[in-house]
Ligand binder design. Structure first.
Ligand SMILES: Cc1cc2nc3c(=O)[nH]c(=O)nc-3n(C[C@H](O)[C@H](O)[C@H](O)COP(=O)(O)OP(=O)(O)OC[C@H]3O[C@@H](n4cnc5c(N)ncnc54)[C@H](O)[C@@H]3O)c2cc1C
Length: 203
């Protein structure tokens, strides 16, 4: 069955997969992709590795463009959904749909207090900011306990050493229980902490 108007919220890999699957299955209706980012889809995978280390750029991480397959609207966050009226609310007005896919994923959980410099890593802007901060950091605490996060720790260590970062020490906190997170919060205050990365997607 072809839906006349499909709206996809989110403009990353899941959104691309939705669009390509619809087209592969013969759907020729209108598809609108709403993304709150300022550039078409890119892989986040190298953001914590080669892009952060400066050996690749975010352009190298670009994913296949949507082209004619969909109407991609950048800088267009979905503000809400009216399921009764079948519209997605945006700053530019309501976008009507017959079928809606929410592919907006998750945001990193913040654990610091407002007076602390806390960084999470999810977008290419986050990556650039973190790379800048790391160069002048006197110490770094990385929070996270998954396999992927541990893998990134070793990559980051290589980056920091390779770039001559002024860090006198890099602390790792591994573990997902709240006690561990709170201990870092207390230890981090006033200690020159430059970056916290933790919680959910983007850790
Ligand atoms: C730094 C980093 C490194 C990673 N490394 C690896 C790895 O090595 N291996 C691995 O398997 N996975 C890795 N991942 C995970 C992988 O990138 C994700 O699983 C993948 O990006 C999920 O794709 P997605 O499309 O579901 O969500 P996302 O890529 O998070 O995309 C969601 C999109 O929706 C947008 N959005 C959110 N809310 C709205 C809204 N209201 N309106 C419009 N748009 C909205 C967001 O801005 C974003 O563009 C990494 C992730 C990060 C952040």
């Amino acid at each position: 069955m072809t839906l006349r108007r499909v709206v996809v919220v989110g403009g990353s890999i899941a959104a691309l997969t939705v669009v390509s699957t619809l087209r592969a299955e013969g759907d020729d209706g209108a598809v609108t992709v709403l993304s709150d980012e300022d550039r078409p889809a890119y892989s986040r995978v190298p953001l914590s590795k080669a892009v952060l280390c400066g050996t690749e750029t975010v352009d190298d991480a670009s994913l296949a463009p949507l082209g004619e397959a969909a109407d991609l609207r950048l800088r267009t966050p979905a503000r809400g959904v009216d399921l009764r009226a079948r519209v997605v609310e945006t700053d530019g007005g309501p976008v009507p749909f017959d079928g809606l896919v929410i592919a907006s994923s998750a945001r990193a959980r913040r654990i610091g207090t407002p007076d602390q410099i806390e960084r999470t890593l999810r977008t290419h802007h986050d990556c650039r900011q973190l790379a800048t901060d790391l160069v002048s950091a006197s110490s770094v605490v990385i929070v996270g306990g998954s396999f992927l996060v541990l893998q990134r720790h070793s990559v980051w260590l290589s980056c920091l050493r390779g770039d001559g970062c002024g860090c006198s020490g890099v602390g790792f906190v591994v573990g997902e229980d709240r006690w561990a997170v709170h201990e870092v919060g207390a230890a981090g205050q006033g200690s020159g902490l430059c970056g916290w990365v933790g919680g959910g997607v983007g850790a």
